[in-house]
Design a protein around this ligand. Structure first.
Ligand code: NAD
Length: 252
């Protein structure tokens, strides 16, 4: 039984939803009563399994690579075919990678640009005609690595800086039409992307904790709650904001 909540009747797409921040975000919208949440991920096996364990009937899964040419039409088409609407797009799918620029291959560079940046441009473009004006919301996942330097994160950090500037620019294009575009900039969050390194790489763990004034890494749910806020009526006068959710990292 799904409780009626602040997202009742809303249809939400969350990319990168089989794990970490995306999973917590998709579950949050579904638990808060969204009519439908389309959880998108490239890892179909994991996506199907984790969605099944939630027992949430309004949480649907779609296995696609967000960077594939046909994916925007597939994702938006599913929202349109199943619900006839799309209210909130959460562009969250992303890949990490830790190498200084002289060690990055062209292939790895292109893939990171394609998944972390180009796919957001393409999916947003496809979603815009379906988003209500006023009322549509787009929330993009940036990173503190796009705000300041960290060893071995040049390409990743560049994609995240670009995502955050893309967010501000898109906000200025669509705010006047009532579509609000915002973002979050997570600090170090314990997810599939980072969890192993947090536990197994003592240098990384120490660096993450010491750079975070709160002295701990974050939980995916602590990002999901801010994404949900940005999608809610409580954020009705926010456009082009990037909210750091980082235990104080960026305020340092
Ligand atoms: P995660 O690895 O736990 O989850 C990312 C999900 O995205 C995975 O399920 C993965 O399969 C999916 N994905 C990857 N490439 C995809 C593609 N091409 N198409 C569809 N799905 C794809 O990692 P996370 O930490 O939850 O990452 C979510 C977002 O948060 C990413 O954009 C990441 O850059 C960002 N972020 C994470 C942290 C952190 O510390 N974990 C910090 C700042 C920003």
């Amino acid at each position: 039984m799904i409780a009626k909540g602040r997202f009742a009747e809303k249809v939400v797409v969350v990319t990168g939803a089989a794990s970490g921040i995306g999973l917590a975000t998709a579950v949050r919208f579904a638990e808060e009563g969204a009519r439908g949440v389309i959880a998108v991920d490239i890892d179909g096996e994991r996506l199907t399994r984790v969605i099944a364990t939630t027992g949430l009937a309004n949480l649907l899964h779609l296995c696609v690579d967000v960077a594939a040419d046909e994916s925007p039409a597939t994702i938006v088409g599913m929202a349109n075919d199943r619900f006839g609407r799309l209210d909130v797009l959460v562009n969250n799918a992303g890949i990490g990678g830790s190498r200084p620029i002289d060690e990055v291959t062209d292939e790895a560079m292109d893939r990171m640009l394609s998944v972390n940046l180009r796919s957001i441009m393409r999916l947003t473009r496809a979603a815009l005609p379906l988003l209500p004006r006023p009322g549509g919301r787009i929330i993009n996942t940036g990173s503190v690595f796009g705000l300041s330097g960290f060893p071995g994160s040049a390409v990743y950090g560049a994609t995240k800086a670009a995502v955050m500037q893309l967010t501000r620019q898109m906000a200025s294009d669509y705010a006047g039409q009532g579509i609000l575009v915002n973002g979050v900039a997570p600090g170090c969050i314990d997810t599939g992307m980072t969890g192993r390194r947090i536990r197994e790489d003592a240098w990384y763990q120490k660096a993450m904790i010491e750079t975070t004034p709160m002295g701990r890494v974050g939980r995916p749910e602590e990002i999901a709650s801010v994404v949900a806020f940005l999608a809610s009526d409580d954020a009705s006068f926010i456009a082009g904001a990037i909210i750091p959710v980082d235990g104080g990292w960026s305020g340092n």
